[in-house]
Design a protein around this ligand. Structure first.
Ligand SMILES: *Cc1c(COP(=O)(O)O)cnc(C)c1O
Length: 197
């Protein structure tokens, strides 16, 4: 559904994919994909004459000739195992699920009078803040987040947009539900209420 977000990607000479973001692999699983395989021997090639006899030849089995590390973890195994077990449609389904959840969450926020949405989400990340009963929303939201983290039930991050602090939720787990997110909003309201006492 979201192919338009990477429109033109086929024209790139190389593309980096962080599979540990939304493709359900443990970290670290990053691929550097080249249009022309031989380009792999340029950017990160190392000079290590004690490891190979010729510098210029392209040998697939000499990892150091085309990667920054010489000995590498076989991180492609994470991705390959998922592909072999579930096929590729599971990756698209996961992205559809997480993006849809972000939109539903942002709808909840914009309908709620005590919250303000920073912008309409374009992916699985939602930025918002609590905006009731305070002079300084930055300080209020900073404290709310601190209290959430100390509780340990929710983990969210913060970010700064136009000089003001916002709460930032990245939806990564397909087992999260919209009712978890409703509870997060309730919990934020509880924290805000505590602060006024
Ligand atoms: C993934 C990500 C990082 C961290 O990169 P890693 O390779 O996972 O360590 C930092 N910033 C943004 C915006 C990211 O998406």
């Amino acid at each position: 559904h979201y192919k338009y977000l990477v429109k033109g990607i086929e024209q790139a000479d190389s593309v980096v994919v962080d599979y540990h973001k939304m493709m359900m692999t443990p970290s670290l699983s990053t691929a550097l994909i080249f249009k022309r395989g031989s380009d792999a021997y340029k950017t990160f090639s190392q000079r290590a004459q004690y490891l190979w006899t010729e510098q210029e030849s392209e040998e697939w089995y000499n990892g150091g000739k085309r990667s920054f590390e010489c000995t590498k973890a076989m991180s492609v195994l994470h991705v390959y195992t998922l592909y072999r077990t579930f096929g590729d449609s599971i990756f698209g389904e996961n992205i559809d699920t997480l993006f849809r959840m972000a939109t539903e969450f942002s709808d909840l926020i914009s309908e709620h009078k005590n919250f303000e949405l920073a912008y309409e989400p374009q992916c699985n990340i939602v930025c918002f803040r609590y905006t009731k009963g305070a002079e300084d929303f930055t300080e209020l939201n900073r404290k709310i987040r601190q209290m959430l983290l100390e509780d340990g039930r929710f983990y969210i991050v913060q970010t700064v947009l136009n000089g003001e602090l916002y709460l930032r939720v990245s939806l990564m787990n397909p087992l999260s539900t919209i009712s978890d997110l409703k509870e997060l909003l309730l919990e934020i309201e509880k924290k805000a209420a505590l602060m006024k006492v």
